[in-house]
Design a protein around this ligand. Structure first.
Ligand SMILES: [Zn+2]
Length: 290
């Protein structure tokens, strides 16, 4: 199988250090395997996005030597593919008129029985999950299993406001671009069973997964834009990438003279087995703002 990996940020702001660490892991995993590494901008939720973010993310990645293959993919240009996919799995979907606030975390199936009734007013589209377990053998976390009905429930793949849901777009794009390996933060582990349900209903084998620990601040909160993590400083690329390598438990190759050389050495020595455990990885103060 040809290795294709990807980094897929949402353009809600510039890259912060937590996303950079995930980008570096995904980049090195692809380069170590001699594979392709794609960049995909997940711009499907305009109200949450910043107009300047895509350009800034691209600038940051280039300044840090993280060069991708092929052209940048923007999900906003792929809406027709998402609708086609929705149509191909319509036997597994149903319209849902429940108000989001009224629904518990695991959807109780309220609208499932009304499947063939035309709903009045706006509705979301939910995927009826298969009634069995799904599992992956994660390259970092080992065997992970979910009971789709009990732990996940029927989930939204097209929102009431007409926007395609994240889960659907991710899977359709990963299939379209033959993505074979997904390396991302374990804050996205919750999405994995939903995506596995979609792979199954689209009749495609899922990729390999490597979920890396997400960085947390000193109080144990995830480092995120919402938590005011600072944008990644690109003025000293060598130091920034060495810091990410260190957080990933990798050799920081102190004697590299250029970012290109550093990343080449890091790709060649890349070893996911030395990525620290969830609880050992903590953002240095330099990356948090007050
Ligand atoms: Zn409903």
């Amino acid at each position: 199988m040809d290795y294709v990996g990807r980094f897929a940020p949402s353009p809600t702001g510039p890259l912060h250090y937590g996303s950079l660490v995930a980008a570096v892991a995904s980049f090195l995993d692809a380069r170590h395997a001699g594979g392709k590494w794609l960049l995909r901008i997940e711009d499907l939720d305009p109200p949450r996005e910043s107009i300047d973010a895509p350009r800034e993310i691209i600038r940051q990645l280039l300044a840090l030597g993280l060069h991708w293959d092929l052209e940048v993919l923007c999900q906003s240009s792929r809406l027709k593919s998402y609708d086609d996919a929705l149509e191909s799995i319509q036997t597994f979907t149903f319209p849902c008129t429940c108000s989001r606030k009224a629904v518990p975390d695991i959807y109780p199936g309220t609208c499932r029985l009304r499947k063939h009734l035309a709903p009045g007013g706006p509705y979301a589209v939910r995927l009826q999950v298969p009634r069995h377990s799904v599992s992956i053998n994660d390259r970092c976390l080992g065997l992970q299993t979910w009971d789709l009905e009990k732990e996940v429930g029927d989930f939204i793949i097209k929102r009431k406001d007409g926007l395609h849901a994240y889960q659907l777009a991710v899977v359709v794009d990963d299939i379209h671009y033959s993505v074979s390996h997904i390396v991302r933060g374990n804050d996205l582990l919750d999405s994995t069973p939903r995506q596995l349900a979609l792979y199954e209903q689209l009749e495609v084998s899922p990729p390999e997964y490597l979920h890396i620990p997400v960085l947390v601040d000193e109080s144990g909160n995830k480092l995120s834009k919402q938590a005011h993590a600072k944008p990644v400083d690109t003025s000293d690329a060598l130091t920034t990438i060495r810091s990410a390598l260190s957080d990933l438990g990798q050799n920081t190759h102190e004697y590299s003279l250029s970012i290109k050389e550093l990343l080449e050495k890091a790709a060649s020595s890349w070893n996911p087995a030395t990525i620290p455990n969830v609880h050992d990885i903590c953002a240095p103060n330099a990356y948090l703002s007050n």
